[in-house]
Design a protein around this ligand. Structure first.
Ligand SMILES: Nc1nc2c(c(=O)[nH]1)N[C@H]1C(S)=C(S)[C@@H](COP(=O)(O)O)O[C@H]1N2
Ligand SMILES: [Mo]
Length: 255
């Protein structure tokens, strides 16, 4: 039976592999019969989601890196951000808007009183380095439930304060990222305000950064200002779902 092979493809998480496996499946007469049954479809769809819901590995306190490298923007010069740093982020608010029933603007104190999670995880950057850190933050899922996603919402976009590429228009030069709802509701997806038991340092994205532990480093947007629920990613930045995606990186950077 090809079911085992199909599952191997799903576990690999590579869309290409899955599509290949699916094509192999749909040309098999026996499997075609199974697929014709709604139950079979549901089980396969479920299997896909279950794989995406698996937890990233967590580590012991003793394994936390002594020197967690900072990368990309480490001291944004954007005047709006500088002003926020000067005031100790007193005036900073996280806006949650777009396709939500109840748009919100949350202070750091309000975020700290939301359902939270602490986790020690490994950050993997495509540039070839990794580091283990301890992160505490508000779980994104419950926050989105509070805002009330509209049925058309399919992606969550993270708008950041920093301009990483000053040589293009602000819309293209500012950092941003996006994830789908499976990752948004993943239990380890948090808006982190603490790193290694201390408030997030500027170089690591103060006052708030995303941790989306099943994906590579560039998805973990720092300097969060606004979270927007959208139906599609066209029309945001360069349209590919993120600053680096607009420059050729994969949108789904699963690990
Ligand atoms: N706003 C913003 N977020 C960002 C970046 C950035 O330049 N700006 N760099 C990304 C990359 S490539 C990595 S590896 C991590 C680095 O996080 P760190 O500085 O805490 O190590 O942040 C990601 N998020
Ligand atoms: Mo990175």
């Amino acid at each position: 039976m090809n079911r085992r092979r199909w599952l191997t493809g799903a576990a690999a998480g590579a869309l290409g592999a899955m599509l290949t496996a699916c094509n192999r499946l749909t040309t098999n007469a026996g499997v075609q019969q199974t697929l014709a049954r709604a139950e079979g479809l549901t089980r396969r769809a479920q299997r896909l989601v279950v794989d995406r819901k698996a937890l990233a590995q967590e580590f012991a306190a003793a394994e936390i890196s002594r020197d967690f490298r900072a990368n990309g923007s480490i001291s944004p010069g954007d005047p709006g951000y500088r002003a926020l740093v000067e005031s100790g982020f007193a005036d900073w608010r996280l806006v949650i808007d777009g396709l939500v029933e109840r748009p919100m603007a949350l202070s750091l104190a309000q975020l700290r009183s939301q359902p939270a999670r602490t986790q020690i995880t490994r950050h993997d950057c495509v540039e070839g380095w990794s580091a283990i850190g301890k992160w505490s933050g508000a779980r994104l899922g419950p926050l989105l439930d509070k805002a009330g996603l509209k049925p058309q919402a399919r992606y969550i976009v993270f708008h950041c304060a920093d301009t990483l590429d000053p040589n293009v228009s602000p819309a293209l030069g500012r950092y941003y990222e996006s994830i789908d709802l499976i990752d948004a509701y993943h239990p380890q997806t948090i808006l982190a305000y603490d790193m290694n038991d201390a408030p997030l340092a500027v170089k690591h994205g103060a006052p708030l950064r995303l941790r989306v532990e099943r994906q590579l480093g560039y998805k973990h947007a720092k300097y969060l200002m606004r979270i927007e629920a959208v139906a599609d990613l066209a029309g945001i930045g360069g349209g590919q779902g993120g600053f680096w995606e607009d420059r050729g990186y994969e949108w789904y950077a699963g690990i």
